[in-house]
Design a protein around this ligand. Structure first.
Ligand code: HEM
Length: 221
């Protein structure tokens, strides 16, 4: 096995951080306005809620299109490939080891920023929860175009039902995700990493030499 040393490296590029935080803000806004429309609270008048929800949704769909393009052109999509190696060790750690101060079994590397469980969670988010929301959301948005076909009212009921169910899954994902961010070295450690982009990771000599040559600005020490 190649010799590895710890270095502080920019692991999240500027675009990744922009994508992450703008997506977080839009999902937050969509959840607040969406659950207002659903009748869970009445912080906003209905028409303003619909307008904000629609604009935020269009913003999020645009962001997803750009980011999918970015993920494929940069090769970053490989980070999300399912990988069961070490999955059990990570599950055991969050269920048990974390309570007794054990070290995290996954060591972040440049090629694998995420542990196996995290990879699976993000994949579910990107291929199931996200698309379920925008797919049902767009059909909902264009109800005026199909409201005359027979059974349209029943159809709308199911579209709204599936949209709301996916929204609950999204909120569940966000709550677990935020809890997970607090489990680093300090409760704010991972949040700071997603703001600065810099994290200490193990690099092989080859990776270090590659970064020094091609991306010296990413090597912080
Ligand atoms: C990303 C694409 C999305 C689109 C295109 C979209 C579109 C829509 C539309 C058109 C409505 C109906 C508004 C009306 O009554 O006139 C709606 C309702 C709703 N949306 Fe979204 N939305 C999206 C994302 C989200 C997200 C991310 C969440 C939550 C995390 C969410 C939660 C809700 C909820 C809870 C409702 C109320 C459903 C009901 O009770 O009928 N939406 N959405």
């Amino acid at each position: 096995m190649a010799k590895r040393e710890q270095h502080a490296v920019t692991i999240y590029t500027r675009y990744e951080r922009f994508w992450h935080w703008s997506q977080a803000a839009l999902i937050f806004l969509l959840a607040i306005t969406g659950f207002g429309l659903h009748g869970t609270h009445d912080l906003l008048p209905f028409d303003k809620g619909v307008m904000l929800h629609t604009f935020a949704a269009l913003g999020l769909i645009l962001l997803w299109i750009f980011t999918t393009f970015w993920n494929f052109t940069t090769g970053n999509w490989r980070q999300f490939l399912p990988n069961t190696k070490g999955l059990f060790a990570v599950i055991r750690y969050y269920a048990w080891g974390i309570l007794f101060g054990e070290d995290h079994p996954h060591k972040k590397t440049l090629r694998r920023k995420q542990n196996a469980l995290q990879g699976l969670a993000y994949l579910t988010f990107m291929v199931l929860i996200g698309p379920a929301l925008w797919f049902t959301g767009i059909i909902y948005l264009f109800y005026d175009l199909w409201n005359e076909i027979p059974g349209a009212a029943d159809g709308l009921f199911w579209v709204a039902f599936l949209h709301t169910a996916a929204a609950f899954l999204m909120v569940t994902f966000v709550i677990i995700h935020i809890y997970m961010t607090t489990t680093g070295k300090t409760p704010l450690h991972y949040i700071k990493t997603m703001i600065s982009g810099v994290e200490r990771v193990e690099l092989t000599e080859v990776e270090r030499a590659y970064l020094a040559e091609e991306h010296p600005e990413r090597l912080k020490e």
